[in-house]
Ligand binder design. Structure first.
Ligand SMILES: Cc1ncc(C[n+]2csc(CCOP(=O)(O)OP(=O)(O)O)c2C)c(N)n1
Ligand SMILES: [Mg+2]
Length: 353
């Protein structure tokens, strides 16, 4: 096996939580290939969910991260085992990069009793808190204070060194929860990385109707928080900036806010045609597809050729097809097998998930 093939092979090894100081080796060929592979898998799985939704096989909403994979993967991949990750609705690619097995995602969407929430909750509402992957709270901004609380809890126990990361959109930065939590993180100097995806719209509301500051970076300045701007369509830039943010949080410089500019190349959810997005924005650099940008970069650097890229794409398609075929044969929930207690079934209430 030649060196390029070996690297590709190793990027497909094991779906486990990241280990080791990944942020110290940013910008390497291996890291880019690994990230690109998660981006592809996230995109293809998202597209599968969208198609299953249109076919009536998924109940509830489907919210995808098309156009935001570079940003999402950067944070997921740069966290380590022992860190905390609280993703938002467009972070399937980041979840996979952090270590969420593809089967967990498919089981939750298709309502398998073997899924992490045992079909008691759907779509993005899934996680493994014990492994640092928090189930998403829909109320925008609420996840930040949950991560703060976990980081403070670890500090009380003397467990230092972990970073907590969470993601939010431009619209979410207008909530009271966002401001209270950012202020608390700053005062407590918590190792928090707050990733803001400014995709120019909160549902159909443009940023001009959301905030009057020059840039969302200014919101961090107001609380004494270090902030970093990045082109969210550019994987190389995202990996570099995110590595710095994660490292500074881990080294004790307090919360870090990363603000990425990009567009979501889809509706708010699969029920939305996104017809309100300004065509001029779509044609601007913000409207670039981050997968295409990353692919061109890999080719330009001579880190992969088109055969390698096609191979990665074909493997991702196969993984998605296999996972869906497996889950479609699994049983749905059986309420008579649940061990009920107040407001929940026991495994959810005692935190064994
Ligand atoms: C506190 C709160 N208000 C309103 C909503 C309803 N809601 C869900 S997503 C969304 C838009 C979010 O926009 P943004 O934060 O920019 O993220 P994006 O969807 O663009 O990724 C809204 C208004 C909510 N979930 N929580
Ligand atoms: Mg938005």
């Amino acid at each position: 096996m030649n060196a390029m093939a070996q690297t590709i092979e190793s990027t497909w090894q094991g779906v486990i939580l990241q280990d080791g100081p990944a942020e110290e080796v940013s910008s390497t060929r291996e890291q880019h290939l690994k990230a690109f592979r998660w981006m592809l898998l996230g995109r293809i799985l998202d597209e599968k969910f969208a198609s299953l939704y249109r076919g009536g096989k998924i109940h509830g909403g489907v919210f995808i991260g098309r156009g935001q994979e570079a940003l999402s993967v950067s944070i997921g991949q740069l966290l380590r085992k022992g860190d905390i990750f609280a993703p938002l609705i467009r972070d399937l690619a980041g979840r996979l990069a952090f270590g969420e097995p593809i089967l967990e995602a498919v089981r939750n969407y298709l309502g398998s009793a073997l899924g992490p929430m045992r079909a008691r909750d759907g779509n993005v509402h899934r996680g493994r808190p014990k492994q640092g992957l928090l189930p998403m709270i829909s109320h925008l901004g609420a996840m930040i204070s949950v991560v703060n609380g976990m980081l403070i809890g670890r500090r009380f126990k003397g467990q230092l060194g972990a970073v907590g990361a969470t993601c939010i959109g431009d619209g979410g930065t207008s909530t009271g929860a966002f401001h209270e939590a950012l202020n608390q993180a700053a005062v407590e100097k918590l190792p928090l990385v707050l990733v803001v995806a400014n995709n120019e719209y909160a549902y159909s509301t443009p940023t001009s109707r959301q905030f009057a500051c020059r840039s969302l970076l200014d919101k961090a300045v107001g609380y004494g928080v270090e902030s970093h701007g990045v082109d969210g369509t550019d994987l190389a830039a995202c990996l570099k900036v995110m590595a710095k943010a994660v490292q500074r949080a881990r080294q004790g410089f307090g919360p870090q806010m990363v603000v990425a500019r990009l567009l979501r190349l889809c509706g708010h959810g699969e029920h939305d045609d996104a017809s309100y997005i300004d065509p001029k924005l779509k044609q601007s650099p913000l409207g670039r597809d981050c997968i295409k940008v990353a692919e061109d970069y890999l080719l330009r650097q001579n880190w992969a050729d088109s055969a390698v890229i096609n191979g990665l794409r074909a493997e991702a398609v196969q993984k998605v097809e296999d996972a869906v075929a497996t889950v479609q044969r699994e049983p749905g929930p059986d309420p008579y097998k649940e061990d009920w207690c107040a407001l929940a079934s026991r495994h959810l209430s005692d935190g064994t998930v």
